[in-house]
Design a protein around this ligand. Sequence first.
Ligand SMILES: [Zn+2]
Length: 446
Amino acid sequence: MRRLPLLAIPAVLAAAAVAVPAGQPAPQPAQVAVQLTVLRHQNVQAFDNQKVKQVLDEMGRVLQNSDPPADVPCNVSFTQKGNVGIFTGPNVISNQQQFNAVANLGAPYHIKVVSTIDWCGAYMPSAVACSPVGIAGTSIVVEEDFFLGDVRLAGVILAHEYGHNRGLSHRPGALTNLMNPGVGPTSRCVNAAEAQHFLIQPSPATVEAAPVWAGPGPIPGLPAAAVVVDPLADEKKAEKKVAAAEVQEPLVPVKDFVHMVHPEGVPYDVASRYTKEDAKVLLGMLKDPAEKPWWTNIATTICFIGDDSAVKELIAFVNGGKQEAKPTRAELDARKAAVAHLGAIVNKTANPAVQKEAIDFLAAVAQGPLTEAAQPGAPARQLAIAAAEGLAVSGKPEAAEILKKIEKSESAGADEVKAAAGQALQAHDAVRKHGLKEYYGQRHRH
Ligand SMILES: [Zn+2]
């Protein structure tokens, strides 16, 4: 998503710096009251204003309270405007167009609850919420299980997403950071800089403000000016070195990593740093029904590690889902993650036998709905879309050939799979050009 200049920050700082005339009461700390509208997709389980109040009150408490170990309280409160609205359109978000359709329903619509988010900057079944970064207004798309589930966690996820809207990126380091890429009910701490962003009053505008640099173009007659030797070039080089040295955060134990909620999906750059030993631990967890709520994170992380000895077990895991007549969101998301990210293992391994086994499997899953009858949005269709993505991230030429075949298929009624194959071909291109790290890194803009 496009970043907008955060014009409101200097204004907030300036207000805080105004001198208090003698005899006048000291100004109260900045207080911001935000009104939000809440909509649910028509197929999402119904909930009432009382439920919304619980979540929005908790979202406010996350920001207002001083939480351990180090938190800057900011006085922001959230209340619901109107009643729970209903919208139609995509309810399973699996690509950018579907995300845009829901995220850009426009003002005055703010929080949109859907059943499943499988896309946030990249195809990512482990995502549970997704929001544009740095917009004038507010737009948060969240899965129903996480809006209606544990209230403390819902408050954290909503406040985290709201932070993205206000221009905040992730601040990795500690699970207690609200803006950590992975969060839990105790991720409630913001620092002073983040607090300033939360104190920005969102614009009620129906149209986003135009970026300041999008003017009418150069003024004719004025000589163009450009710096040809940057006086700060040496200092900038030094800054870059420091930044590069700070990039690698220490890894938390892999069990803790998969037991966090990663609102926009498991981060590839972190998950790919775990080892084959970690992958073995995770494969064990994938067989444990007690770990079911975390299976999506577990399957995703195994694939991002790229251990090719995991392929057979991952395929068995996906096939194990065939017994589930009506899989839950968590069960189906886990199978989709295993299928979509299996391509990452294919991409990383040099073993041709493993590549062939995985690509043959993905081809069968992706082509299944072309011959079998299935309703749009049915599990087999969702798995086929995930398999198209798996073929894409493999980056292999033979995978592109399969995708072209699916896209051109004459089979009637599998339009969403054919469209997914077309989009997967573009993803295949991007992965070949830029590599997996860059491809999955696009997600951080959401
Ligand atoms: Zn985030």
